[in-house]
Design a protein. Structure first.
Length: 429
């Protein structure tokens, strides 16, 4: 029998089939975008290391938990994971070997992701990310937290395992925003208060405490409910979009943990998606937690700072000598350059550690496409003593419309201990 054309083509077709990529370019690109929205790189990389190679130590109340290598390496990463195994890790907190993941991985939030988006993420992590054959340190917590099976009870009591349900009474814009915030954005993992077992107190916007403010390490995280009486009630839709895209707006500038969220995640999202997030946040009313603001209170501190008669060691004097050149006496800042200090969330936080950290270590805005200048606040750790910073922060927490408790030199010393010497001295002339 003479070989016919179809017989000759058959092996070729088989060859092509094994070479053809399992996922098309569009799916991989969608997965890449979702990985930005989910900020996977923030936890699964170390500064200066390869993206997604893991090894970052995340502090938890139970000890240090190391993120793992999620590149498609077959020896050190997740290269052998099936879609099902990837899904089990991402939405259910279960590793390929059946062990539970620690909830330092925000799977109770990612549980909201749609099947389609999990598939796209899988495509990206299998075929869009370069493999890195290097394992990071193993997580080794003390007893009883090294007993991963115990997390099953935690999951049973606290974890969310529901998919996102669009609200049919609401617009497509609202539902897109809700999905991004609840699911990939896992905003609640920092902005919702945590309970006794470190669980997010709510995973749903029907609860009043959802996005009402939380804590990450020493940083108090402000509430971001933008409806009437919410912490961001006086932010316009445009101001919210500007902040999410560029880490600054006419009212404030980002510092602390949120800087990386904007740099690596939110600044890469489309304007439509940021508008959806802003629209959604503006729909969440608060409970009167926002600070009451009055022009008279602003005027009173401004007049004090503008009058020359101030004793040398007072908080007002320390402010004028070190801060006034940039932040001015009226505390109103300058749009998109210097954040407003009057009514500022960081200054009014119950725990002053974040404020103390910014003064000792300085802060830098992220450089984004829309706002490339990475304006910085200098570090004052080398210049001001614990006593002086305590006096200054106590003044700031009572200045203009700010109303928060006094700060002691011990509070300052505790924060100073956590900051490396070279950071404290970064702006020493
Ligand atoms: C807030 C930090 C954080 C973020 C954000 C995060 N992860 Fe994780 N992830 C972790 C930690 C920590 C672990 C390891 C937990 C453990 O060992 O129990 C982990 C584990 C995993 C695992 C299991 C890997 C293994 O070795 O079995 C996968 C898969 C994973 N993450 C994927 C993702 C993806 C995809 C994203 C983005 C959509 C993401 N992670 C975002 C912290 C994070
Ligand atoms: C890793 C923790 C973390 C995550 C995740 C996170 N945030 Fe934040 N966010 C913070 C912290 C800390 C601040 C305070 C920043 C400051 O003091 O300058 C903040 C501030 C903000 C502010 C400004 C509030 C104000 O009063 O100045 C907005 C708006 C915001 N976040 C929105 C979001 C949205 C939307 C998401 C999810 C897409 C998100 N954040 C996810 C930690 C986080
Ligand atoms: C050279 C100008 C400059 C000086 C001097 C300066 N700052 Fe700043 N400050 C900035 C800039 C720029 C930012 C925004 C940085 C960022 O958000 O990353 C900032 C941010 C802040 C923030 C954070 C506000 C927020 O919403 O996150 C506080 C609080 C603050 N400064 C207080 C002070 C105090 C107190 C002093 C004096 C000890 C001072 N600054 C001196 C420029 C300055």
């Amino acid at each position: 029998m003479k070989p016919n054309l179809s017989m000759m083509l058959l092996p070729l077709a088989m060859l092509a089939a094994t070479e053809v990529q399992a996922f098309d370019k569009a799916t991989i690109a969608k997965g890449e975008y979702l990985s930005r929205a989910g900020d996977c790189v923030a936890c699964h990389s170390v500064a200066g290391g390869e993206p997604y190679a893991g090894g970052l130590a995340i502090d938890s109340p139970f000890g240090k938990i190391y993120s793992t290598n999620i590149t498609p390496s077959k020896t050190a990463g997740i290269g052998n994971y099936t879609l099902q195994q990837f899904d089990d890790a991402l939405r259910h907190g279960v590793r390929a070997d059946g062990g539970n993941l620690y909830p330092a991985m925000p799977y109770p939030d990612y549980a909201m992701l749609t099947d389609e988006d999990v598939k796209a993420l899988y495509a990206y992590f299998m075929e869009g990310v370069p493999a890195v054959d290097k394992s990071g340190p193993e997580t080794d917590l003390g007893f009883p937290f090294n007993q991963r099976w115990g997390i099953s009870f935690w999951n049973w009591m606290f974890a969310n395992d529901d998919r996102f349900q669009p609200d049919t009474q609401q617009s497509a814009l609202f539902n897109r925003g809700a999905y991004l915030v609840l699911g990939p954005g896992h905003c609640g993992s920092c902005h919702t208060p945590r309970g006794v077992a470190f669980q997010e107190k709510s995973y749903e916007d029907s609860a009043d405490n959802f996005l009402s403010g939380g804590k990450v390490g020493m940083w108090e995280v402000p509430g971001i409910r933008g409806g009437a009486q919410g912490a961001l009630a006086d932010w316009s839709q445009e101001e919210l979009i500007d902040y999410l895209a560029n880490g600054r707006n006419d009212k404030t500038a980002v510092a602390g943990e949120m800087t990386a969220v904007i740099q690596h995640s939110l600044s890469h999202l489309t304007r439509d998606d940021l508008a959806a997030i802003a629209h959604y946040l503006k729909s969440l009313p608060g409970q009167g937690a926002a600070l009451p603001m009055s022009a008279a209170a602003t005027q009173k501190t401004t007049a004090l700072l503008d009058s020359a008669k101030m004793d040398k060691d007072s908080g007002a004097r320390i402010y004028l000598d070190n801060c006034g050149a940039c932040h001015f006496t009226a505390g109103q800042g300058a749009a998109r350059v210097f954040p407003k200090l009057d009514g500022n969330a960081l200054i009014n936080a119950q725990d002053p550690s974040g404020l103390i950290h910014v003064i000792l270590a300085g802060a830098r805005m992220p450089s984004t496409k829309g706002a490339p200048e990475d304006l910085a606040m200098p570090a004052f750790g080398w210049r001001l003593s614990d006593e002086e910073v305590a006096t200054l922060t106590t003044f700031l927490r009572q200045a203009w419309n700010n109303r928060a408790a006094a700060v002691s030199a011990q509070d300052v010393a505790k924060v100073r201990q956590t900051i490396p010497e070279e950071v404290l001295n970064a702006t020493r002339p």
